[in-house]
Design a protein around this ligand. Sequence first.
Ligand code: HEC
Ligand code: HEC
Length: 372
Amino acid sequence: MKKIFLISILTAAIGCSIFVACKKHEFQKRDDAPYLDDSYDYEAAISATGSANQGKVTNAGARLGRALFYDTKLSKNNAVACASCHKQDLAFADNVAFSSGFDGGKTGRNSMSIINALDAKGFFWDNRTQDLNDMVLQPIRHQIEMGLESSDFLITKLKATSYYPMLFHDAFGSTEITKELVGKAMAQFIFSMVTGNTKADQANVIIGGWNTNSSILTPDERQGSAIFQNKGCAGCHAGNNLRGWNDLSFANIGLDYDYPDKGMGALTADASQNGVFKIPSLRNVALTAPYMHDGRYATLEQVVEHYNSGIIYNPTLSPQLKKMDPITYQPMNEAVKMNMSDDDKRCLVAFLKTLTDYALITDPKFSDPFKK
Ligand code: HEC
Ligand code: HEC
């Protein structure tokens, strides 16, 4: 018994020393290996949020996730990585309505920002997945996005590199690579992308402090934060991440009478959910154009004009965007008109631009480790 114990300690020690030795050596750039600075602290930012999920991320796990996120080997023909459609300088969204996959095919919907996923309840425009560990494997298999249908082929490719076996060992204690661990590591990297360092946060106007007198905001931005509240935007884009939550997570905002893409209705075959889409977070929204599930609006001005005068009544339009009967206070079969002045619209856009986190988009720990 003792002997076995000793032997295993010895093997572990030898194993470790080999790994420590390799580690120093291998982190020097070699062939196509990533530069991964192991001093980056991914755990710290998450503890600062006080999230109940903070135990889910380790520095070594997120570091491995970063390599995977930027590695084109995760696509069938080594042509695209996750980061091809989720770009750091765009708050991890893309700047085209539909992104190009590994073979030049276009995605059916607009690529969305993937930050602040830590406490998110559902993923994709139609909430078809609730578990991020599993979600992150879907783009790899997707026939348009990355096209790697066989997970055996994925694992073979990763095992053949000079760096993944060691990175998996650092993160999970074994050089064994499985698709579950790929998902887990990538989810850890995404979980660590938390953003809260914006002008609006500094002015404390997001939760509980709308229309504050804070001198951090300009008068226009302050007025915009009040309009955001008064016109009901905050009722849907709610909470610290200005996104939907719980039963208010999805809405039909009257983009069409008859939606070509039925959104949640296409998934559930329930006609009352036609044109119903996830309520996206408005954090960093100034960086994530074009807007909506189909990228139909190029600017925030166009989005604001949609809400102001362009909402189309349709059978599944959300009640918050219907006109109220002045006597019964019941929603009518008519879209609301917000009657914003040009000044109001300008201020609302100015407020939306205070939601940008410039530190996140330049933070080296989220950048491409295969560059330089
Ligand atoms: C070819 C472009 C493309 C690639 C490559 C890609 N994505 Fe996406 N991503 C999208 C699009 C488009 C959506 C929205 C799809 C939908 O809702 O149907 C999306 C949605 C997401 C979401 C959901 C965000 C939310 O809040 O609901 C996450 C997370 C995500 N992608 C992570 C990844 C990861 C991880 C990878 C790499 C394994 C990846 N993506 C590769 C285009 C891409
Ligand atoms: C009834 C709920 C609801 C209300 C009220 C609402 N929104 Fe939205 N918002 C949504 C949904 C759902 C989407 C996505 C719709 C789609 O793509 O089909 C969206 C999308 C957006 C987008 C685009 C985000 C992106 O990444 O593409 C912006 C900007 C926006 N809303 C701002 C506002 C403003 C400003 C107001 C107030 C004038 C407002 N919203 C009121 C639910 C709502």
